[in-house]
Each structure stands twice: as structure tokens, then as C-alpha cells.
Design a protein around this ligand. Structure first.
Ligand SMILES: Cc1cc2nc3c(=O)[nH]c(=O)nc-3n(C[C@H](O)[C@H](O)[C@H](O)COP(=O)(O)OP(=O)(O)OC[C@H]3O[C@@H](n4cnc5c(N)ncnc54)[C@H](O)[C@@H]3O)c2cc1C
Length: 390
């Protein structure tokens, strides 16, 4: 049995334009992203040049309004683009997802004047965004954040430390959630802070298990002064804005997870059809055939789940429960499938000579970011059984 080259995923796409878009993305992924992924991840190189290329190709603002430089694409198309990018390199797929998350507040809650002034550069002008919710002492319990914004005339002065910020130190703009009022969710307001603001600095990036090319850093706000016209939405509306961004962002994480899982399955199939033991390709053995079949089935189920949630969103219907389910299922699938891919490759799977071990390290973070999978279960359970009694 010869090695089987991976076949491109046969996607259901709503328009010819969407089909052309996926072809363009596959071309960029194969030429510019995948060939350098292993080496650059190993070296911890952040592929800013790729993100700039994606911006120039109109791929950094896909689900937003074309009036402001976006791509007018439905979520079901945007997410499949993310999946293709993440299959080539998670640092890039997740980078696009985080950038999209960082644009959400202004694109959905900004004033017309703010959108005209800032969105074209954010969506297609080469700028890169970061989303600052987490802090050293507030992760899952995000509403307990402590970073403060204090009003001073026509400006706000922001002081505090954000933690785990993807693109921390390299972003051109930061969407920041800060406390402007009392304790709890109602005391939080959103701001758009330029990356070169005086008093903003980033720590040395975290040393991570995977996605080493994606900088994740603490960001310090030391009396950062910004004008009131960079406040997004009303005072006290910030936490609702942050959560609404996360509902959509979780779909991005789900799509990235399926991309990583698909890449791992393709690797496992190619290896299993080429590797011989006992005089036969190992893909002949039912023990492995069933494993590959289960991996493929979980991936298809995950893709169907995130697309179903995306289609609800595109139809303007509630989708928060389905987004949490998609994030939970797709990221757990990525962890299981990538672990199984390492198993299919045997000893070679445990070495850096093959990408399976990198996929497994990358999959892990997807169970943690944008609400851990325990938090997704809490969200789903609240939709089923109502809020907890205390
Ligand atoms: C690589 C990376 C990139 C990230 N990028 C960003 C970013 O760009 N912007 C940003 O704002 N944040 C970012 N984060 C932060 C991420 O969202 C948080 O790590 C995550 O929300 C969990 O918070 P925590 O790490 O403080 O864990 P904790 O909240 O301390 O949780 C620790 C453990 O306890 C569990 N737990 C907590 N509460 C409950 C509960 N009520 N019930 C059951 N279990 C619970 C959690 O599931 C977890 O297993 C990033 C994190 C990583 C690792």
C-alpha cells in the first residue's frame, strides 16, 4: 500500500466566491505557511510577515463589514478559512482568530465615528490586534479583574497588569477591559488602546509547551492615558461586550482545533499506509484502521458542530450554547486525535522529526484558552438548568 497523500477537505461552501477564497487560502498555506512551520515554531519565530500578507490579501477582516475594509463573509466561511490556516500552522490560525476577537468590540459596539476612524486600519491596513481580559489573579473568574481606568477630564488613565496576552508586545492595538466602577461584571468598561501608548509595556513572553511562535505575554499599563473617544460602548458595558466577543471567538478556537486535528489525521494516514510491519502496511491492521476511522469520525462531527453554530450566528439567532458545545467538543477532539496520531506513528511519533508531537502539544492549549473546557460545560449547563443557586 503506497503512502496516501492527504486529500483536501471537501467543504460545503455557500458561494463560488467562498470557494475561490478557500483556494486562495490553501495556496498561501501551502506556499507561505506550512513549509516553515516546524522550523519557525522550534525557533520561537513569530510570523508577523505572514500576518501582514494575510492582511494585504484581505484575510484579517473576513467576517466584518466591507464598508470598513472587512470581507463581508458569513461565519461559516470565515471559520473554514481559519481551519485551513490552523492546519498549516496553529500560531497563524489562532493569531487571525485573536485579531478578529480584538476587532469585535469596536466593530459591534463602537460609534460610527470610531468605526470610520479606526476600523479600516484594523481590518485591512496591516495592523494586528490583541484582546486583554485575563489578569494574573483573574482567569476563569474574569469579572473579578482589577486593572483600573480612572476618569481624568476628557481622558482615562489605565493602570494594571493583563496576563497571557496573545500578541502581547507585538500588537498595534489592544482591546482592554478595565474597571471603571464597583466590583463585579457591571463595573467594567472596554477601551481601544494603541500599541505605542506611553506607559504600555510587555514582559518577556511566556515559555510555553507549544505554539512557541505565538508571543504570549503580560502587558503592563502604567498610567496609560487615552482620550474618552477610545472608550468602546457605555461605561459598565465592558463585560457584556467581552462575553459577546468570546461567544464568537470560541467558534474560532473550535475551527482551529479541527484544523490541527485534520492535519494530525492526514499525517497518521500517510504514515500508516507507508510503514510496513509483519510484511504489511500497518494500515492493514484492524487495530489501526479502527483508530483512524474513529479519528476521522470525531473530526467530521466537530466540523459539523461548529458549522451548525456558525450558521445560527449567520442567521442572527442565539448561538452561545452551541458555540460553547463546539469549543468543548472540537478541542477535546483535537487532543484525542493528536494523541492517537502520535500512537499511530509509534516511536517516530514521539520525535520532532514528524509533526505529530507538535500537533499534540498545540492541541492542549485549545482546551484552556477563551474559557477552559470546564467553563464551557458551566455555560452549557446554565442554558439547560439555569444559573447556579449561589
Ligand atoms: C497560550 C495562551 C494564550 C492566551 N491568550 C489570551 C489572550 O489573548 N487574552 C486573554 O485575555 N487571555 C488569554 N489567555 C488566558 C486564558 O483565557 C486563561 O488561561 C483561561 O481563561 C483560564 O484562566 P487561568 O489560566 O487563570 O486558570 P484558572 O481560572 O485559575 O483555572 C485553573 C483550573 O481551574 C478550573 N476552574 C476554574 N474555575 C472553575 C469552576 N468554577 N468550575 C470548574 N473548574 C474551574 C479551570 O478550568 C482550570 O482547569 C491565554 C492563555 C494561554 C495559555
Amino acid at each position: 500500500m503506497p503512502d496516501r497523500a492527504p486529500q483536501p477537505v471537501d467543504r460545503q461552501l455557500p458561494t463560488d466566491e467562498a470557494r475561490d477564497l478557500i483556494s486562495l487560502v490553501r495556496d498561501i498555506a501551502q506556499r507561505e505557511i506550512a513549509p516553515k512551520a516546524a522550523e519557525e515554531e522550534d525557533a520561537g519565530h513569530f510570523p508577523r510577515e505572514v500576518l501582514t500578507l494575510l492582511s494585504e490579501s484581505g484575510l484579517l477582516g473576513l467576517p466584518y463589514d466591507s464598508e470598513y475594509g472587512g470581507g463581508d463573509q458569513p461565519y461559516e466561511v470565515y471559520l473554514q478559512v481559519l481551519e485551513e490556516l490552523a492546519a498549516a500552522r496553529l500560531t497563524v490560525g489562532l493569531g487571525v482568530s485573536v485579531h478578529t476577537l480584538a476587532c469585535h468590540a469596536l466593530a459591534n459596539y463602537g460609534t460610527k465615528e470610531q468605526q470610520v476612524e479606526h476600523l479600516p486600519d484594523m481590518l485591512g491596513g496591516g495592523l494586528l490586534g490583541a484582546y486583554c481580559l485575563s489578569e494574573p489573579s483573574s482567569g476563569s473568574d474574569a469579572a473579578s479583574l482589577r486593572t483600573k481606568a480612572v476618569r481624568d477630564g476628557d481622558s482615562w488613565v489605565i493602570t494594571g497588569t493583563k496576563a497571557w496576552i496573545t500578541h502581547g508586545g507585538v500588537a498595534d492595538f489592544y482591546t482592554v477591559l478595565a474597571r471603571t466602577g464597583g466590583e463585579g461584571a457591571r463595573g467594567i468598561t472596554a477601551f481601544l488602546v494603541p500599541g505605542d501608548a506611553e506607559g504600555l509595556s510587555a514582559a518577556v513572553p511566556e515559555k510555553k509547551m507549544g505554539m512557541k511562535g505565538s508571543p504570549t505575554a503580560q502587558v503592563h499599563f502604567d498610567g496609560v492615558r487615552i482620550p474618552d473617544d477610545r472608550r468602546i460602548g457605555d461605561e459598565g458595558q465592558g463585560f457584556a461586550i467581552a462575553l459577546s466577543a468570546l461567544d464568537s471567538g470560541r467558534l474560532g478556537i473550535a475551527a482551529c482545533a479541527i484544523g490541527v486535528a485534520q492535519a494530525a489525521l492526514d499525517e497518521a494516514v500517510a504514515y500508516a499506509t507507508g510503514r510496513q510491519q509483519f510484511g504489511r502496511p500497518i494500515a492493514d491492521f484492524q487495530g489501526l484502521r479502527f483508530m483512524l476511522a474513529d479519528m476521522a469520525t470525531q473530526i467530521e462531527a466537530g466540523r459539523a458542530l461548529y458549522l451548525a453554530a456558525a450558521r445560527l450566528r449567520d442567521a442572527g439567532r442565539p448561538f452561545a450554547k452551541q458555540a460553547a458545545m463546539a469549543k468543548l467538543h472540537c478541542t477535546d477532539t483535537a487532543m484525542k486525535v493528536t494523541t492517537d496520531a502520535v500512537q499511530v506513528l509509534g516511536g517516530y511519533g514521539y520525535t520532532a522529526d514528524f509533526p505529530a508531537e507538535r500537533y499534540m502539544r498545540e492541541a492542549k492549549v485549545l482546551q484552556i484558552v477563551e474559557g477552559t473546557n470546564q467553563i464551557q460545560r458551566m455555560v452549557i449547563a446554565r442554558h439547560l438548568a439555569g444559573p447556579e443557586s449561589r
